[in-house]
Design a protein around this ligand. Structure first.
Ligand SMILES: Cc1cc2nc3c(=O)[nH]c(=O)nc-3n(C[C@H](O)[C@H](O)[C@H](O)COP(=O)(O)OP(=O)(O)OC[C@H]3O[C@@H](n4cnc5c(N)ncnc54)[C@H](O)[C@@H]3O)c2cc1C
Length: 488
């Protein structure tokens, strides 16, 4: 008799994406038999770990890359910013429901209210920020956004940006509905609930191969420990940077031509209470020329276990690993005949990015520190430490015969609805609730259709636009602020 354990679902990887997906499945169909297989010894140790990401609740309140300037000096379009904000509002509703249901603990353990600011220097960017503010201030989800070019006002918002700064043209916006999120703690609490509700968490088990079974399901083979087999009717690949590897191994047509491009990240951090108490905001600025959108410099308040710190970065770097605990063979081993041309064309068409990455890699700690001084003129080097954050695996998507570098999150699912996976990093964990609902809609369309009312209990705005209904937008912001204790 075949001894291979068989599940309705196997989720590969114990990060925020698998955790969210597992909870959707368990809430909508509690009888499902689910296992999560994780290569490390506990959940949330890769990108979802608190210090491996920046913990921004990305709602496009402060990130300029979600609302690029117009080319002719007219008002920039808020379309993408609204879309990102609506996705974050989806997360806020789901997390509120999880708190109400006891799936997540005290919200202060994983989400805190931290104003989001944008800070720019020089006449050109000041003009852009002024126009951006003019558009966004009247959008319901951006209500309360303030704008200032005044040193003393900006200093009241955050003294660190102004202390020691010579007279220059600057501007900032500030909105109080921003958040700092500990996605690692959130993931651990979610996986704890899943285990209490019958999901098996199998750690220290590295999946190496996926093979289609004749009955339509999947055989899952491991390499460390060697040659353990599992079987599943359906698989969700929440393996972060290794998702492409898993989808390639499954041999599904939909993954052909895709590649991933690793970008590592470093931040400067200080825990010095004298400095930390002078800054309570996440302040994003304009990216350097050639820099990818996720390398926009920002100075952030972080709250971890109730302790505030500041981080500044990211400083991009390049190594061949797809996970922080990955291997230098990851990139070379991901190259296939189908994605070789996309890889080469992305390299040729993104020379600005390559130049930027080389410059970043060659930057000494001193040079990195100069970047911080543009934000915090009075910063002292001895107060800040450089540390390595998580590894991002950006998507290289096939485009005709060539390839294109994408900075979003991309769901890949097989046409027979038995396997799906997630590529890409940004805006990442912030939009995990919406992205995982998209995966559920692709793999389980009947389940979603039959449970629309149940899903609306979790996310009242499910399948509804929010920003265009100002009453709904206000209600959701107020209700979720209350449920997530973001009102103080
Ligand atoms: C530097 C940086 C800053 C970021 N900042 C933000 C931010 O401010 N806001 C935001 O919303 N998002 C941010 N992100 C993105 C966000 O962290 C990710 O989108 C999110 O954590 C991805 O979650 P995940 O579950 O897909 O992957 P992960 O958290 O990486 O989890 C994948 C899991 O799969 C496991 N795994 C991989 N391969 C296998 C295998 N073969 N077998 C078994 N297990 C396997 C891994 O060990 C890991 O535990 C940032 C990311 C980085 C790197």
């Amino acid at each position: 008799m075949d001894q291979t354990p068989r599940y309705d679902y196997v989720l590969i990887g114990a990060g925020i994406m698998s955790a969210t997906y597992g909870i959707y499945l368990k809430l909508l169909k509690p009888e499902l038999n689910i296992a999560i297989i994780e290569r490390l010894d506990s959940p949330a140790m890769e990108s979802s770990d608190v210090w491996n990401n920046a913990g921004t609740g990305h709602a496009a309140l402060c990130e300029l890359n979600y609302m690029p300037d117009s080319t002719d000096g007219s008002l920039p379009s808020p379309k993408k910013a609204i879309d990102i904000n609506e996705q974050f509002v989806f997360s806020r509703q789901l997390w509120s429901y999880f708190v109400q249901q006891g799936i997540l603990d005290d919200p202060k353990t994983f989400i805190n209210s931290v104003p989001h600011m944008t800070f720019v220097r020089g006449a050109k960017d000041v003009d852009y920020l002024r126009r951006r503010h003019r558009v966004l201030k009247d959008e319901p989800l951006f209500e309360g956004m303030e704008y200032s070019e005044d040193f003393s006002q900006i200093s009241q918002w955050t003294p660190l940006l102004i202390e020691g700064r010579d007279d220059e043209v600057i501007a900032a916006t500030k909105i109080d509905s921003g958040t700092d999120v500990d996605y690692g703690e959130m993931t651990r609490q979610m996986i704890h609930w899943l285990e209490e509700n019958g999901v098996e968490l199998i750690t220290n088990t590295d999946v190496s191969r996926l093979r289609k079974l004749q009955d339509g399901g999947w055989e899952i083979k491991t390499k460390n420990p060697r040659n353990i087999y599992f079987a599943a009717n359906k698989v969700f690949v929440g393996a972060g940077g290794y998702a492409l590897k898993m989808l390639q191994s499954a041999g599904i047509e939909e993954a052909k031509g895709y590649g991933t491009f690793p970008v590592s990240g470093h931040f400067l951090r200080t825990d010095n209470p004298e400095i930390v108490k002078q800054h309570w905001a996440k302040v994003y600025s304009q990216a350097a020329v050639g820099a990818p959108p996720m390398s926009v410099p920002h100075l952030d308040t972080r709250l971890v276990n109730g302790q505030p710190s500041l981080l500044f970065g990211p400083f991009a770097g390049f190594n061949l690993k797809f996970l922080k605990s990955g291997s230098f063979l990851d990139l070379p081993m991901s190259i296939r005949p189908a994605n070789l041309i996309p890889y080469i064309s992305v390299a040729v068409n993104n020379l600005g990015l390559l130049k930027y990455l080389i410059t970043e890699i060659l930057k000494s700690k001193k040079k990195k520190f100069e970047g911080l001084r543009e934000f915090v003129p009075a910063a002292r080097e001895e107060d800040w430490e450089l540390y390595e954050a998580g590894q991002r695996a950006q998507v290289i998507a096939p485009k005709g015969k060539l390839g294109t570098l994408q900075f979003g999150t991309q769901v890949i699912s097989a046409s027979d609805k038995t396997i799906a996976g997630l590529l890409g990093a940004s805006p990442g964990a912030s939009v995990s609730a919406k992205v995982m609902m998209d995966v559920l809609s692709q793999l389980e369309p009947e389940m979603v259709k039959a449970n629309t009312e149940e899903i609306r209990k979790m996310v009242p705005s499910f399948q509804k636009p929010v920003n265009s209904d100002s009453t709904l937008a206000k209600k959701i912001l107020q209700d979720t602020a209350k449920a997530l204790d973001l009102t103080k």
